[in-house]
Design a protein around this ligand. Sequence first.
Ligand code: NAD
Ligand code: LMR
Length: 326
Amino acid sequence: MKTPIKVTLTGAAGHIGYALAFRVASGEIFGPEQPVILRLLEMPQAMSSLNGVGMELEDCALPLLHDVVLTDDPSIGFRDADYAILIGAKPRSKGMERNDLITENARIFSAQGRAINDNASPNVRVLVVGNPANTNALIAASNAPDLDPRHFTAMTRLDHNRALGQLANKTNSLVVNITRMTIWGNHSMTQYPDVGNCLINGTPALERVTRDWAIDHFIPGIQRRGAEIIQARGLSSAASAADAVVDHVHDWALGTPEGDWVSMSVASDGSYGIAEGVFFSYPVTIKDGEYEIVQGLDIDDFSRNRLDISRNELLSERAVIEELLP
Ligand code: NAD
Ligand code: LMR
């Protein structure tokens, strides 16, 4: 029997947390041979609801779930965590942009960065989901000086999966046959979903769709998808966000398939002219738990402009929360 992996979920009684906890516990992320211990962290006022989640987990009698810890104390929630998935934050409502949440949510991520630094495994991998996710990841990583900033990431996998879905629909193909999708930039209206390198059954996607479709429909469609879901449901995406967490952490732990890559927001190392340190979504390949930014992709004038717009937005978000960066 393998040693259980300890996974902390914050905001575990919320909509995404509820959709995610059971999938982590049933082995969808780490596989059918790998036991897990869940450490579920919530606000004191949500503990009753979290207790209900705990009861339901128990009622599933999941063979891989070795223990569940329910707490509102970050030092217990993050103790020895191998993975910390930071969901707990306020979601936007109709009419808001994701970075309207910046000042409300930023303090959560500075406190949690410190708590992770002091309590988690030294090799912990952190995924930030709570919005604005890229800048929250910057705050959390900056407040965890003893940990490797490469082990902090923010989620653009939902945008990546949305982009696969839209391209599959448009070309009447299957998502499994599409490779090399890329989301560049911020998880926001300035993100740049890029079909320029995509292959469908090994053939360039740009032989099946026009550049005009990409510019007029595909890019704004992915940028606006989160708002469209809020408009339709009255709530922000939850099941699809949980699904994207499963994909992100699965690939981080177990690697990306040969010949393909995924989109992840990671601390920029200056690649593609992006200021070092800001959390920017790049195409990455992953092996043995470590990602590499895909290098050498062609960036034409249109793409350069899109990357710069998103980089500038991230720099202005960073300016707003500068006081939270030690
Ligand atoms: P929700 O309101 O249903 O749940 C959030 C939960 O977090 C609540 O139960 C709340 O009590 C808890 N919480 C708040 N502060 C906390 C803290 N300091 N510690 C622990 N728990 C805390 O919201 P949701 O729909 O689950 O969304 C959560 C976040 O995820 C939002 O910020 C939303 O915008 C974001 N989100 C991101 C993506 C993405 O692709 N990156 C996708 C969907 C949603
Ligand atoms: C999404 O993309 O669905 C989430 O980030 C929620 C939101 O505010 O759009």
